[in-house]
Design a protein around this ligand. Structure first.
Ligand SMILES: [Zn+2]
Length: 322
């Protein structure tokens, strides 16, 4: 009897023994990826870092919380890309009091990048050749663009520093003008763990809204901390040595992109330098994406290259200039 009561108490209230719980995001070859989700324990419940794109991913987060008999008290989004934020809506419906923390970068994205994505979405939905599975994904993405309050933060993170989230103090960092206008990453000093979001992505840096130089600076800030484990936005956890190798691969790729060397050489360079982080099934995917980002970011017109090296929101921009 005493054992049973003790077991029950431990079950209901105990924090997890592991410093974090990873729910890996899938990177399918034929549809959009899900970002990794990292769950942390806090006095008021669970803190969920990134919520994925597909309903299966957000369901896995909710199932984990249920298995732990703890509510989801807070969401922290690394950035607004929909493979990290779409699940906010599912979690909000399951836990209506959840606090959502993110940078304010969604606002500018809605006026620019996401506005364009929405137009492309409508074009694809109008095309009868678009498969049903892709159609579902497009509708899900369009719904959160049309109702941004479903995924938007109710606590805006504007600067780096310690923050209390769900009753737990967390070392929060904001990288400005990096993978997006403002990327959030966390450092847990106790377990020496960095939760990096898409500032680190094993396969290839997803540079759709990147400022290449700002991103490189963000990697330098990460390197300054004495971490031993880093969880990237997609892919397996990394050691410190892994991260340093990945950072070198990133910097080499950007340098090559800004040089006059042939595109093929830059793509091959990335595949070689980042080989450790690219599994056999994703070799062509990583090459294709590296070629795409060379063309659209690193080797586009000077104006286009700088597009994401300044705030996106015109209203913020005018305010800053005034
Ligand atoms: Zn991502």
């Amino acid at each position: 009897m005493r054992v049973a009561v003790l077991a029950l108490m431990m079950f209901a209230g105990a924090a997890s023994a592991e410093p974090y719980h990873l729910i890996p995001g899938a990177v399918p070859l034929d549809s959009g990826p899900d970002g990794n989700t990292v769950v942390l324990d806090a006095p008021q419940g669970l803190i969920v870092f990134d919520t994925g794109r597909h309903p299966e991913h957000s369901q896995a987060i909710i199932d984990y919380a249920k298995s732990r008999h703890r509510p989801i008290a807070a969401i922290v989004n690394s950035h607004w890309h929909l493979d990290h934020t779409t699940g906010n809506w599912d979690i909000r419906q399951a836990y209506p009091h959840v606090a959502v923390y993110a940078s304010g970068a969604l606002k500018g994205a809605l006026e620019t990048f996401l506005k364009d994505s929405r137009a492309q979405t409508d074009q694809m939905l109008a095309d009868p050749k678009t498969p049903a599975m892709v159609r579902d994904q497009l509708l899900r993405g369009r719904a959160v663009i049309d109702h941004p309050e479903r995924i938007a933060p109710n606590h805006v993170i504007s600067h780096s520093g310690p923050m209390m989230i769900a009753g737990r103090q967390i070392d929060v960092h904001v990288a400005k003008l990096a993978a997006t206008e403002a990327d959030v990453w966390l450092y847990d000093a106790k377990s020496k763990t960095i939760i990096a979001g898409d500032l680190v992505v094993g396969l290839v840096p997803f540079m759709d809204t990147a400022c290449a130089e700002g991103w490189s600076h963000a990697l330098d800030r990460i390197a300054e901390l004495p971490f031993t484990t880093l969880i990237p936005g997609h892919g397996d956890p990394m050691t410190r040595a892994d991260f340093l190798q990945w950072r070198t691969a990133y910097d080499n790729f950007v340098d090559c992109g800004h040089s006059t060397r042939p595109t093929k050489e830059c793509v091959e360079g990335w595949s070689r330098d980042a080989a450790k982080f690219i599994d056999a099934a994703h070799k062509d995917y990583a090459k294709g994406a590296a070629g795409y980002y060379l063309q659209t970011r690193l080797r586009s017109s000077p104006d286009e290259q700088q597009r994401y090296c300044r705030p996106l929101s015109v209203s913020t921009w005018h305010k800053a200039a005034a």
